[in-house]
Design a protein around this ligand. Structure first.
Ligand code: BGC
Length: 749
């Protein structure tokens, strides 16, 4: 007779009370939280203090490095009941092996949760999240998370450290690649969408993941764009601009929250009781569990708020942190803190309960191997459907920045083409940062994508030209002669994938190395050059824009990047991406974002006046504004029409605009609606995005779109932190980007 994990575990029981656990988990979990809480309580009663603390401890396996290298003997810890969850371990075999230790060799047989950074795909890698946001395509974003969940759960994972929803206004910060960009409203929509995509309707389904919104809070606002640096901001900015995307995830039912590394106004997030207990739990009603970021509790010491590790542990648990990621602080110090009366056992019990409830929700108590199906691992990874979707999504995430004389799309009947540049034949780079279990060898490079798109009769010449980031100009001459010998040139420039992501801030966001020099030489040799950029952040492209006939921002498109980008270059897909982060003209303009305040001395670009809020050596405008992106067709906007000029509290504000595709090819337009509150109790941004519609418009046709708003959409945080709207004059702006809108005014009474 073969024994399953439960029968083996039951045989090994020596405490009669333990039977309760199995009574509690012999059937499928009901949906009601209260039932899970009761079950969790019955387990907690049987636990020693050390076992409880074990549930609060998360350790990395040695499979992947996502933080400082630690040497934990995690298998031993699992056996001793000192680990409640493991991350960076995947594949059915390995997860099964570790889970078996937990449910058969630890005293209480409590299953582990398995976490991983499934950020933009698991094996099939999709465009980096910033690129996905530029698609303004919530449906595709959700679908990509469903696929990611499908693949990750087929390899044993049941918890992802995503979505990352940190708003950012500073492209120097390397982690801008991982979020949705600078806008709060759009970021909030995307945040909720990702949670829905990962978690689905049923966390216990074997193909959904428990999501973890991060990094709470305001991690995207480090001073000078330097990762992990200090965050200091007003309450209006924190609540109005930075917190809403985390709240949106909570409202969408996210199961866990990760604290951020940074401090906010003097208190690190990981010891911030106001943030975790008050805002997150009391005000927002979050009932899931809170995990730290990697060794964040330990970092309370260098932050200068904890004297030693024990002190750090005390601060974190009392602030509402349930799970210690990789720090081993809870395991080492919590028990004695309880014995000394510095931490109450009730606090520990509450944290344990939240984690056990998550395990019930995931269905792990009824089947700890629920996510360990060899069959699914064989059949659900990198399927043709996943790859087809990845290709489409890579194309949909591209943003066309410049297209002088309609040099793009290129004709696929071209006789000869030179594919040049350090990112042209760079499969590995296509993954971007945070690429989970993605395999660079399986990525399609741009060169391969171009070859796939053209007939074998086309002459394709490849030259690297230079490296991504060194000073050698030795190969530029070869690139120039390749450019001369071809009808058209595709020049692939940008960053390496490790130049963005965690701990990858740059103080200079120009094109690295000698790439600008390469571009100048190639464009001079052949003006029929289209530049394709692969990068993880906005770059300062003023010099490139000055010489380039065409620029396509392709970001890092993932596994199918090369095919997706080729679809755009050869006109199989008409680009529809729009920037969700402003591209500055130079580094001195940073931080730069569209929803800035007006100041008392706003500049009037048509006049030269000295005492205005401006630079004397550069305009205030960015190179490419938020919302910007071109198409192979053109769109003409009508004036904005409102259904009334005056509204009252219970009214709906209806705004209409007609958009005509005035070009020769079909295309999609992202019609954007912004609001300006002309007079506020505190100063208000010059524009705030409040809606968009992505619509397909056939050539020569026009569509009328309708937006509806209510006064609720006009609320903001007043000086006393009251969240309400004021009567007065408002402007509605509608257009193709934040710098090019048509406006109508109304009064709210
Ligand atoms: C990152 C998190 C990530 C964690 C686990 C940290 O260094 O900041 O975003 O989830 O590592 O890999």
């Amino acid at each position: 007779m073969t024994m399953n994990w439960k029968s083996k575990a039951l045989l090994s029981l020596t405490i009669p009370g333990l039977i309760t656990i199995f009574q509690a988990c012999n059937h499928q979990p009901e949906s009601a939280n209260a039932v899970y809480e009761q079950k969790a309580d019955s387990i907690i009663k049987l636990m020693t203090l050390e076992e409880k603390i074990g549930q609060l401890s998360l350790f990395t396996s040695d499979w992947d490095v996502t933080g400082p290298v630690m040497n934990n003997n995690y298998i031993e810890l699992i056996k001793e009941g000192k680990a409640g969850a493991i991350f960076n371990a995947y594949t059915v075999d390995y997860v099964r092996k570790l889970q078996k230790v937990a449910v058969e060799e630890s005293r209480l047989h409590i299953p582990l949760i398995f976490g991983y950074d499934v950020i933009h795909g698991h094996r099939t890698i999709f465009p980096i999240p910033l690129a996905q946001a530029c698609s303004w395509d919530l449906e595709s974003i959700e679908h990509s998370e469903q696929i990611a969940a499908d693949e990750a759960t087929a390899e044993g994972i049941n918890w992802t450290y995503a979505p990352m929803v940190d708003i950012t206004r500073d492209p120097r910060w390397g982690r801008v690649m991982e979020g949705a960009g600078e806008d709060t409203w759009l970021g909030s929509q995307i945040s909720a969408t990702r949670v829905k995509g990962f978690q689905g309707d049923n966390l216990a389904a074997n193909n959904t993941l428990l999501a973890c919104v991060k990094h709470f809070a305001a991690y995207g606002a480090p001073e000078a764009g330097r990762d992990y640096n200090t965050v200091d901001m007003s309450m209006q900015t924190l609540f109005g601009n930075y917190l809403p995307p985390y709240k949106a995830a909570v409202d969408a039912g996210v199961g866990s929250v990760m604290t951020s590394f940074n401090e906010i106004n003097g208190t690190p997030s990981t010891s911030n009781a106001w943030l975790l207990n008050n805002i997150l739990r009391k005000q927002w009603g979050f009932s899931g569990f809170v995990v730290t970021d990697y060794t964040s509790i330990n970092e309370l010491i260098p932050h200068g708020v904890a004297a030693d590790s024990a002190d750090a542990g005390k601060l974190a648990i009392n602030a509402g942190v349930d799970m210690d990621m990789q720090g081993n602080i809870y395991n080492k110090f919590l028990a004695s803190l309880v014995k000394q009366g510095k931490v109450s056992e009730k606090t520990i019990d509450e944290a344990v309960k939240r984690i056990l409830v998550a395990k019930y929700k995931l269905g792990l108590f009824s089947d700890p191997y629920r996510y360990c199906s060899i069959e699914r691992e064989k059949t659900e990874i990198m399927t043709p459907e996943h790859m087809t979707f990845a290709r489409k999504f890579a194309a949909r995430s591209c943003v066309l920045l410049k297209n002088k004389n309609n040099i793009l799309p290129l004709s696929s009947s071209v006789k000869s083409i030179a594919v040049i540049g350090p990112l042209a034949d760079a499969k590995q780079e296509m993954l971007g940062s945070w690429s989970a279990a993605g395999d660079g060898n399986k990525c399609i490079s741009l060169l391969e994508g171009v070859k796939n798109a053209l007939s074998p009769n086309t002459k394709i010449i490849y030259e690297k030209g230079c490296d991504i980031n060194d000073n050698s100009t030795a190969n530029i001459a070869k690139a120039v002669s390749a450019a001369r010998s071809a009808q058209v040139v595709i020049l692939a420039l940008g960053e390496s994938r490790d130049m963005s992501g965690e701990a990858a801030s740059r103080s200079n966001i120009d094109l690295p190395g000698v790439q600008q020099m390469l571009a100048e030489a190639v464009v001079k040799a052949n003006p029929n050059t289209a530049i394709v950029l692969f990068n993880g952040r906005p770059l300062t492209l003023t010099n490139l824009d000055a010489i380039a006939p065409a620029i396509l921002e392709a970001w890092f498109g993932g596994t199918e990047a090369g095919n997706g980008v080729a679809d755009v270059l050869f006109g199989k897909y008409n680009p529809s991406g729009r920037l969700t982060m402003t591209f500055p003209r130079n580094m001195g303009q940073i931080p730069i974002y569209y929803n800035h305040k007006n100041t008392g001395r706003p500049v009037d670009p048509s006049k030269v006046e000295k005492y205005k809020s401006k630079y004397i050596d550069c305009s205030n405008d960015p190179l490419y504004p938020f919302g910007y992106g071109l198409s192979y067709t053109t769109f003409d906007y009508s004036n904005v029409v409102l259904d009334k000029n005056e509204y009252t509290a219970n009214d709906t504000i209806v705004a209409r605009v007609s958009v005509m595709n005035s070009g020769k090819v079909n295309g999609e337009e992202v019609i954007q609606l912004y609001v300006r509150d002309v007079v506020g109790e505190v100063t208000r941004p010059v524009l705030e995005l409040k809606g968009f519609k992505k619509v397909f418009i056939p050539a020569g046709q026009s569509v009328t779109v309708t937006f509806t708003l209510t006064p609720n959409d006009l609320k903001y945080y007043h000086s006393n932190m009251d969240y309400s709207w004021d009567p007065g004059v408002f402007e509605i702006h509608i257009g193709p980007n934040s710098a090019q809108t048509k406006m109508a005014r109304f009064t709210l009474k």
